[in-house]
Design a protein around this ligand. Structure first.
Ligand SMILES: *[C@@H]1O[C@H](CO)[C@@H](O)[C@H](O)[C@H]1NC(C)=O
Ligand SMILES: *[C@@H]1O[C@H](CO)[C@@H](O)[C@H](O)[C@H]1NC(C)=O
Ligand SMILES: *[C@@H]1O[C@H](CO)[C@@H](O)[C@H](O)[C@H]1NC(C)=O
Ligand SMILES: *[C@@H]1O[C@H](CO)[C@@H](O)[C@H](O)[C@H]1NC(C)=O
Ligand SMILES: *[C@@H]1O[C@H](CO)[C@@H](O)[C@H](O)[C@H]1NC(C)=O
Length: 174
């Protein structure tokens, strides 16, 4: 219990101390995180976005997320209810296509995600920090396609912009 509290304090300090460069550009994305043992939605900024020097995308904007592992490509049928669950790992989930509704038990927060350019979220409410997790529903008439990419280590630096999902204006700079 004491150790967990220390870890949580360290995590909080870690995110608060992540000094974000005022002149740099960050990517805002919705994260499913957890506080006090239950899942919450937050708008995170991650980055910075830099100019790529990699052949093929040289000069384009890019963001290195760090080491990842065991990526999974998933095709979810139309009108599917994923039910209440915790994140299997701290992972990027890129919804390539489809319509996704994320809700939280006994809370009114929700996130609507449309597959495509603004379809990237982070699912971080693993079972060790969230008792009930979140519910994901796919109410659209078309299949949802998702790429799930777990982080290999827990070094992701992020800033919390606010509680609740990011809104369109916060993401739509691209
Ligand atoms: C902040 O970001 C700007 C623009 O990306 C960059 O030129 C500058 O070197 C960065 N400063 C620090 C201290 O990282
Ligand atoms: C990779 O993901 C699959 C599907 O979720 C899982 O069965 C497998 O155990 C995972 N492998 C590793 C090394 O995490
Ligand atoms: C919870 O488990 C995940 C992996 O499932 C791990 O990355 C994370 O560090 C753990 N968090 C705590 C607070 O123990
Ligand atoms: C939601 O609230 C109901 C009634 O207050 C309670 O019985 C239930 O356990 C709660 N569910 C969760 C997931 O917290
Ligand atoms: C992220 O959100 C912050 C705060 O609303 C905003 O200043 C910033 O421009 C946004 N970043 C992008 C890349 O849109």
């Amino acid at each position: 219990m004491f150790v967990l509290t220390l870890l949580q304090v360290a995590m909080l300090l870690g995110s608060a101390l992540a000094q974000f460069n005022q002149t740099a550009t960050y990517l805002n994305l919705t994260a499913i995180s957890a506080r006090d043992g239950e899942s919450i939605l937050e708008c995170w900024e991650v980055g910075p976005i830099i100019k790529s020097s990699v052949p093929g995308t040289s000069g384009a904007s890019s963001l290195f997320f760090g080491e990842t592992t065991n990526a999974t490509y998933t095709i979810i049928p139309p009108r599917f209810d994923g039910g209440l669950h915790t994140a299997p790992a701290v992972q990027l989930v890129f919804f390539v296509a489809g319509l996704i509704h994320v809700s939280l038990p006994n809370r009114t927060d929700e996130a609507w995600v449309q597959g495509g350019k603004y379809g990237l979220i982070i699912a971080a409410d693993t079972a060790n920090i969230s008792t009930h997790g979140h519910r994901t529903q796919y109410p659209g008439n078309e299949a949802t396609v998702a790429l799930q990419v777990p982080f290999a280590s827990t070094g992701l630096k992020y800033g919390v912009l606010h509680r609740g999902a990011c809104n369109y204006e916060e993401m739509a700079f691209l």
